[in-house]
Design a protein around this ligand. Structure first.
Ligand code: PEP
Length: 255
């Protein structure tokens, strides 16, 4: 059985005080003996402080971005080694805000993913279609192309380090989430894609998270879907109470 995973992407929010307060609040409620995986993705400047705050709890820490080169002359960038050094186990790649606001393409996402996995981080690879693409019935084609491009040259042996997040762009930060049917159908499509590209074992063992306006009041319905193995939460992960309720929903459906 795939273990449920609840991930909180804090995006460009919090300051030092609020980041550690949020981390402390979460760490108090998430034990090391959890039946679900929980990770938070704070802004880069607060990674070390958040890692120290959640140490000894069941909360893991990840970064929202990484550079694909080894340490060197890359002004403004952050290496895999630096992220490991400040306590990260995870990194997000291919988030729609980086694809659409910063212009990251599949080939850059692919380089980041490979370097991160090969040098010690686990990766959440985000994929998802825009509203226009969905309306023009291109969802599956877009997912195929993002998966193929982002996982180019990635062997099955690396797949245990990779989690996929299906995040329809039109659902991120909009308050509109995919219906259970839309989410289940996209997740089923991604799982079938994994079986075709790799094999049945990879398809059945790779976790696929849903992201896009997940809140305490809709998490349980989404987490109950057979191909939804967790959630990637943006806005609702910035508050201890709301995020804790989402974690509880994942525990409930894991029983
Ligand atoms: C996200 O940032 O990945 C996300 C899903 O955001 P939100 O939950 O705010 O839609």
């Amino acid at each position: 059985m795939r273990r449920k995973f609840v991930a909180g992407n804090w995006k460009m929010n919090t300051l030092a005080g609020s980041a550690t307060a949020l981390a402390k609040g979460l760490a108090e409620g998430v034990l090391t003996t959890e039946s679900v995986d929980v990770a938070v993705f704070p802004p880069l400047p607060y990674l070390a402080a958040v890692s120290a705050t959640v140490a000894g709890s069941g909360v893991r820490v990840g970064a929202q971005n990484v550079y694909h080169e080894k340490p060197g002359a890359f002004t403004g960038e952050v290496s895999v080694e630096m992220l490991l050094d400040v306590g990260c186990q995870w990194v997000l790649v291919g988030h729609s805000e980086r694809r659409h606001l910063v212009g990251e393409c599949n080939s850059l996402v692919n380089r980041k993913l490979i370097q991160a996995c090969e040098r010690g981080l686990s990766v959440i690879l985000c994929v998802g279609e825009t509203l226009l693409e969905r309306q023009s019935h291109q969802t599956e084609m877009v997912l195929n192309s993002q998966m193929a491009g982002s996982l180019l040259g990635v062997d099955a042996a690396l797949m245990p380090k990779i989690v996929i997040a299906y995040e329809p762009v039109w659902a991120i930060g909009t308050g509109v989430n995919a219906t259970p049917d839309q989410a289940e159908s996209a997740h089923h499509h991604l799982r079938t894609w994994l079986a075709g590209r790799y094999n049945r074992m990879v398809s059945e063992s790779t976790r696929i998270l849903y992201g896009g306006s997940v809140k305490a009041n809709n998490a349980k319905e989404l987490l109950s879907l057979s191909n939804v193995d967790g959630v990637l939460v943006g806005g609702a992960s910035l508050e201890v109470e709301g995020f804790s309720k989402i974690i509880q929903a994942a525990r409930d459906v894991s029983r």
